[in-house]
Write a protein that binds this ligand. Sequence first.
Ligand SMILES: CC(C)(COP(=O)(O)OP(=O)(O)OC[C@H]1O[C@@H](n2cnc3c(N)ncnc32)[C@H](O)[C@@H]1OP(=O)(O)O)[C@@H](O)C(=O)NCCC(=O)NCCS
Length: 432
Amino acid sequence: MDPERYRTSPLDPTAVAELAAAGFELQLAEDPAATEAWYQAVRRGFHGGEYTAEHKAVRGARVGYRRRTIVRDPLAEAPGEVVGTFATWASELTVPGELVVDACAVSSVTVAPTHRRRGILRSLMSGALREAVAAGFPVAMLTVTESTIYPRFGFGAAAEAASWTIDTRRVRWTGPTTSGRLDFISRERLGEVAPILHERVRRRTPGEAQGPSGHWLHLPRTEADAEKATELRVVQHRDDAGEVQGLVAYTVAGAADETQHKVTVEFLATATDDAYAALWRFLLELDLVATVTAHELAADESLRWMLGDQRAATVTVLDHQYVRILDVVAALEARTYPAAGELVLSVADPLGFATGEYTLRVDASGIGRVEVGYTAPDAPRLTLGVTELGSLYLGGVRARTLAAAGRLEATDLDAVDDLFRSRVTPRLSFWY
Ligand SMILES: CC(C)(COP(=O)(O)OP(=O)(O)OC[C@H]1O[C@@H](n2cnc3c(N)ncnc32)[C@H](O)[C@@H]1OP(=O)(O)O)[C@@H](O)C(=O)NCCC(=O)NCCS
């Protein structure tokens, strides 16, 4: 996969023609003026304010890695006004087995409220998926504002994000005693160290993704809002050998009662159990703080067992990382499996990319090989849509659960779950 070649590859001709027939022009936003128009439209699409010079100063150059597309309306009050935006880039998705698969990441999807429900998104998405297939991506992925939009395009919810709010006054630390040391570091240092740490740990957890070059600079407190930026506090954990093994960035919101401050974790990454326990203990034992809130965690964090009182934590779970299988053979062969076995999959895909019958054979070492066709007559059989296959893929959603919801059928649900389950709970630690 050559990310730059993909980024500038030609637009899907069917999408160009569909949008032209509806009176619109589909273009890549490459030059500064088009990129600025793209930004303006993205901000308006998500109900943000105008894209100002301040935003530009902070974010201007940081979407360079994205393939940015715009839809222009020649008949608008300002001719050529951008009424649709889309972005994709070459990324990697972690799959079970501490492996990665090339993934087409999708973001910045907006259609102007004046132009909604005329099929602009459908053309953009179908075109982008065809482009992704042409470029050789086995999967696409995205995070969502609304759960209802993307399943129709074959994206299945595959990894959750849990938000934890902890009443620190109820906590009596029962976690391990840790070694190493904690120090405050600057925001600038965070910008250097966070991508390195994320690179070190992302392969451990299915659902994680590569942090694209500019992404780390999108930490909330660094965008345009200089005052807020100064509120960010960053603490690093180093082990006894002096190596950085954990980072937490957080903000503190004051309260009239100065003992009731609220801490929000903006970034947390740890490479060792020690760093994990040390940073959580640090947060939970901060003086003058009543609650600590952190997002994009797993629902089954070890943290729960370190609180003394499990009910000190309120946990809410959201669908977060969505996966779209484009090439069933390459996607299923990219991950490993916890047990040997055979399975015949019959996949239906409204957009056609994944439709077909496939035979998955997993050997004793957990390596899966896939043949197109129904070549194992005695194997259990799984019949499902591509959206459900996306949900099963990372091993965090059980076939039994989907079957009970009427979302798939299998002759042996336990066999499917024994094959697909992941030893590590899938999770994605950021939005994109
Ligand atoms: C979501 C959005 C991009 C949809 O664009 P659009 O051009 O109106 O969508 P389309 O007309 O192409 O609709 C395609 C299909 O998706 C459905 N759909 C579109 N938006 C939907 C929504 N918000 N919820 C549920 N379904 C939706 C349509 O009903 C249509 O279904 P069908 O083809 O099965 O009949 C647009 O409403 C928007 O910009 N919303 C605000 C920003 C946002 O949330 N973006 C998504 C970021 S993850």
